[in-house]
Design a protein around this ligand. Structure first.
Ligand code: TRP
Ligand code: SF4
Length: 399
């Protein structure tokens, strides 16, 4: 039940940039060797805002998957799939919508923010309001414990936890749950059973957290009860039923706010990015063209790195020695700005080199990518179907 499964998704918005790499993909690559990982293309989420022009979604989907593979996401370690190819997500979204108060969705901060930000679009739709709940379904259907996301997504994980809690509370009481729990307590043996009862009472009546902890430890050590009984007694301890949907945790990707070419956050909409697989000539040209400290009008004018976006990129890409060299050279006008930019260009190209190499075989043979995704969709779907069987049964739809 409690697997340390990881799940994350991205909307297909076009070619990815280095901000996506440093902000998410690098972390995915690390996680895949430690956990069972599921990564998916959130194409339905893209439709919530691009419903009026869905033409870019398909190409963006395949470009994005190639970028993932280029970044080092490894299909032999991770499961890669497309949301709309696992239609069970939609069924869970629908069923969860029955128990989700409208107010929970209306108060998600991204809701009003995005409506204001994308004022040129009409986002007063049913689908857009349901965006976070669809995300909850994405997560809960895999019983994922960890969801690596950026800070902006935290409210969506929070609502997911609330929805899971509400679901378990409403539907987690199997027929005869209390009787089964009591029978399980007996199996613990007289002494331990009595202790469990006492600790449970102390927790439930007096809110004694230490009693809760002690009871959990007691259960974890208990020898003669089955796995199912242990799950029941964990739930019974807090007067809850069985745990059908697992509450996930956000794995906050460390706030690596990747600066763009102009010093603002790197973002597609600002047009200040470097693409993951951007040609070396173009990368060099973009970095050479970056604005610098405006005080350095002439090569002989000293500057201040704190006022320069190039300096911010150095923080991401170059080592301490280079920082010292650049800082001293800038302040004393000992180096020119083009000189200062060169190690940065070298470092970015170096980072991109293996990405180009990895991408090449997929560009040469696009059927490879389709096969990886087809395989991933199938694996994802099997798990989603298992969860849906439990969910339907819990909601009285088990026929
Ligand atoms: N909303 C996420 C974003 O914009 C994308 C997403 C959809 C997602 N479903 C998810 C992320 C499930 C994590 C888990 O970045
Ligand atoms: Fe920026 Fe480097 Fe030029 Fe200084 S020398 S202004 S840090 S590019």
């Amino acid at each position: 039940m409690y697997l340390n499964r990881v799940l994350s998704g991205m909307r297909p918005t076009g070619s990815l940039h280095l901000g996506h790499y440093h902000g998410a993909l690098k972390n995915w690559v690390k996680l895949q060797s430690e956990h069972e990982c599921f990564f998916f293309v959130a194409d339905w989420h893209a439709l919530t805002t691009s419903y009026d022009d869905p033409s870019i979604i398909e190409k963006s989907t395949w470009d994005m998957v190639i970028d993932w593979l280029a970044a080092g996401v490894d299909p032999s370690q991770s499961t890669l799939f497309i949301q709309s190819r696992v239609p069970e997500h939609a069924e869970l979204h629908l069923l969860l919508s029955m128990i989700t108060p409208l107010s929970w969705l209306e108060r998600v901060p991204t809701y009003k923010d995005q409506i204001e930000k994308l004022a040129h679009k009409d986002l007063g739709t049913y689908g857009f309001l349901g965006y976070p709940l669809m995300q909850s379904a994405d997560i809960l259907i895999y019983r994922a414990l960890y969801v690596p996301v950026g800070e902006d997504q935290i409210p969506h994980i929070e609502i997911t936890r609330e929805v899971a809690r509400r679901f378990n509370h409403m539907y987690g009481r199997e027929a005869g749950f209390e009787d089964k729990a009591c029978a399980a307590i007996k199996k613990m043996g007289n002494k331990k059973g009595r202790l469990y009862q006492e600790l449970r009472t102390r927790y439930l009546q007096e809110g004694d957290d230490e009693a809760l902890e002690a009871a959990r430890a007691l259960l974890a050590d208990a020898q003669n009860i089955s796995h199912g009984d242990r799950e029941r007694l964990f739930g019974y301890l807090e007067n809850k039923g069985k745990v059908i949907l697992v509450e996930p945790q956000a794995l906050l990707t460390e706030a690596s706010r990747m600066p763009g070419l102009d010093g603002q956050k790197m973002s597609k909409s600002y047009g200040n990015g470097i693409f993951l697989r951007e040609e070396p000539d173009s990368v060099s040209r973009k970095i050479r063209g970056m604005p610098t400290d405006p005080a350095r009008v002439r090569r002989t004018d000293p500057g201040n790195p704190e006022k320069c976006p190039v300096w911010q990129l150095h923080q991401v890409y170059t080592d301490r020695d280079t920082h010292e060299w650049a800082e001293a050279g800038c302040k004393s006008a000992g180096i020119g700005c083009l000189e200062c930019k060169q190690p940065l260009i070298d470092a970015v190209l170096e980072e991109q080199k293996p990405m180009f190499e990895r991408a090449q075989r997929y560009l040469d043979d696009p059927t490879l990518v389709k096969a990886i995704v087809a395989d991933g969709c199938e694996r994802a779907r099997r798990i989603a179907q298992d969860t849906m069987r439990d969910v339907r049964e819990a909601m009285g739809l088990g026929y």
